[in-house]
Design a binder for this molecule. Sequence first.
Ligand code: CMP
Length: 143
Amino acid sequence: PLERTLSMIKPDAVSKQLTGTILQRFESAKFTIVAAKMMQLTKEQAEGFYAEHEGREFYEPLVEFMTSGPTMLLVLQGENIIPAYRELIGKTDPTQAAPGTIRADFAESTRYNAVHGSDSPESAAREIAYFFVDDEICAPAVS
Ligand code: CMP
């Protein structure tokens, strides 16, 4: 199916000036960028986005990292993009990520792992709506 996913280029990758390099990988994979913006997340925005992880030992440092500098927020669209995007970025822990994936190439650790991707159609819908209103998405609605 034609799907959308929420992508984030996280503060570590933005500060290393890897935004263009990472966007090039998305476009090389034939993903369509249908929305994009830079935003430095507030503590409230980051806490809400990661609410499912509240109470885990990595939650507070994750929120601190994600608010430490600008993030690039993107909505990407394509056939089967949710699994295809996850394959392109690689596993959360870069030491487990396949060679040639974005995380294998650019992530430093499980925390400073360069990019985010939605893990299911349900989380993609929730995550896109968390950061974007319909008017910001430049493509016909996906049924
Ligand atoms: P992401 O998949 O974008 O969303 C959840 C994030 O939590 C994940 O990326 C990691 O950045 C972070 N995370 C998950 N597990 C750990 C962990 N064990 N240690 C540190 N950060 C983690």
